[in-house]
Structures are given as structure tokens and as C-alpha cells.
Design a protein around this ligand. Sequence first.
Ligand SMILES: [Ca+2]
Ligand SMILES: [Ca+2]
Ligand SMILES: [Ca+2]
Length: 229
Amino acid sequence: MGGVLGKSDSPKKAWMPETKLEAKMVEALQRRSALGSAMKSFNSIILKFPKIDKSLRKCKAIFEQFDEDSNGAIDKEELKKCFQKLEISFTEEEINDLFEACDINDVMGMKFNEFIVLLCLVYLLKDDPTALHAKSQLGMPNLEATFETVVDTFVFLDKNKDGYVSKSEMVQAINETTSGERSSGRIAMKRFEEMDWDKNGMVNFKEFLFAFTRWVGIDDIDDEEDEGV
Ligand SMILES: [Ca+2]
Ligand SMILES: [Ca+2]
Ligand SMILES: [Ca+2]
């Protein structure tokens, strides 16, 4: 592996979080990384996809409960009530930041897959050992176990524990199982491209989450019922 100071090596710059929220994510991930990952291989994670998919789909009930006007999206006001009910004590600013970060499509409000990403971010951010109420984060043990698997997957991929997944880390993770088969590099590249939305060569936790939900099969499942157009 590289590290030699060749001409082509640009000075190694640390990845700087672009927002306060991202800085918090990186912090939380690094804290988590210190504990190591229970994952053995990327394949073992893929085998868990159906189970993760099933578990995440149960969030649909929560989503519908908080989508008070049943328009298929959760707006900021609905989200605030949701946080109150779940006793998630985030500041107004934090809720706004989370909302902006996860509300990525052009439609007003958060769709189901965005809501899942948001809950997982909440799970990660609440997992602060110094927090007063570190114990039950969301009061949904099954869901939290699933989020734990998701976070653990990221920790598994982030070999150098800097809170981001690089291309070479993805290659490394896939190579661990396929013992260097020819196709493995391509697979790793494809997975990486699916994650790196803004194509800046690095995958942050949010990008990872959106890709991950698609991998397990959560996509536009709320297109199933198109009533009241
Ligand atoms: Ca709504
Ligand atoms: Ca990394
Ligand atoms: Ca990126």
C-alpha cells in the first residue's frame, strides 16, 4: 500500500466535516470505532440484508403515525412532535440540521427512506456515553439492534477510523472475503460509486446510510399506494 512520498501523492489532507452535524457524526463514529467491529466480512453483512430490510420496514408504522396529515412525508413540525414523543431531546438547531441533512429529494418533507436515515443518525448521535440518558435511545429495542448493525457495518468499512469510507477501504473490505478475485475490484468500485453521491471521493456516514437502505431494499416503497392525486 502507498504512503511513499511520490510526486503524484498530494499532501495527505484530513477530511474536514462540512457541517456541524457531520462533525458530530464523525466524532460519534470515531468513538464507536474504538470499540471495534463485530463484522467479519462484507459478505456476512450482505447475508443480513433481508433481515435488516424487514426490521426497517417496521418503521413504516412509526412513519405513518407521525405523518399526521398522511401526505406521505414528514415535515419539520411533524418531526418535532415525533422527537417529543420519542423523548429525543435535541435542540431546535439540531432538529433543523438533521432535517436539512436528510430531506434530500425535491419533494417537501421527508419520505420514508429519508426518515429511516434520520432515525439511524439519531441513534448514532444519541449513543454518547457522556449523555445523561444514554440508556434507551429510541425505546425500540429491535430497531436499535438493526441500527447497531448498520453502524457496525460502517465501522467495519472505515479501516483507518477517520469517520469516512475511502475507495481503498472499500476495496480492502471486499477483498477480505473474495481473496482477490478479479471481479472483486469492480464490485468494490461499484459499491463505492453507489455510496459516493457527491463524487468527492469519500463516503460520509449519511451517504453510506442512503446507499445502505437501497442495498437492503428500502427504496420507493411508498409508491405502492398512490391515492388522492
Ligand atoms: Ca405529513
Ligand atoms: Ca476511513
Ligand atoms: Ca462523498
